[in-house]
Write a protein that binds this ligand. Sequence first.
Ligand SMILES: CC(C)(COP(=O)(O)OP(=O)(O)OC[C@H]1O[C@@H](n2cnc3c(N)ncnc32)[C@H](O)[C@@H]1OP(=O)(O)O)[C@@H](O)C(=O)NCCC(=O)NCCS
Length: 186
Amino acid sequence: MIRVVIRPMTPADWPAVEHIYREGITTGHATFEAEPPAWDGFDKSKLPGPRLVATDTDGVVVGWAAASAVSSRPVYRGMVEHSIYIADAARGQGAGGALLEAFIAAADTAGIWTIQSSIFPENTASLRLHERYGFRTVGIRERIALMGYGPLAGAWRDTVLIERRRPHQHMTPYMRARLSQLDMNP
Ligand SMILES: CC(C)(COP(=O)(O)OP(=O)(O)OC[C@H]1O[C@@H](n2cnc3c(N)ncnc32)[C@H](O)[C@@H]1OP(=O)(O)O)[C@@H](O)C(=O)NCCC(=O)NCCS
């Protein structure tokens, strides 16, 4: 296990974030995008929060997580699509779990009720990570888009649509009142 500190991302983190993004792209199983965007594009497409980085105990950025709005329609204002990337050298040591846990907590606090993502079926680490933090599989979207680069360039690839709904999202006021009477405030 690696010890990490989680904090909000700042523009000064971009070179490290961009590098980690690029390492993830190199796996060929993180995203359909062949290149990270420039900072301006990233900054415009991602919501201001939650936007987090994980650093090691020396302050070196080893991972990032951020989200985009799913829709501009007000009714879906609590739905986001997130990305999480851990530096090559830090993978498989629990950093992803620590970062995702903090990201979920920040999203819950911000009033986000659905976090969703699309993951390639080949990305077993990401599927396992998200399953562990309460994401469920909505379905497999078969041959949803054409891969433009990497080992599967030229293939129509599937993605697994996953989501996590904030707990107690659908409780009625009566259920909330009952739980608080029972000292089980959600
Ligand atoms: C996916 C990713 C974020 C996971 O982060 P991580 O720090 O490596 O994950 P963790 O070490 O916290 O492990 C989380 C779980 O995944 C499992 N896991 C990690 N690597 C794995 C692998 N290669 N195969 C299968 N399971 C794996 C771990 O065992 C752990 O499960 P457990 O708690 O049951 O033991 C990271 O591998 C990554 O950045 N990959 C490249 C970019 C990417 O694909 N991002 C996601 C796009 S959808």
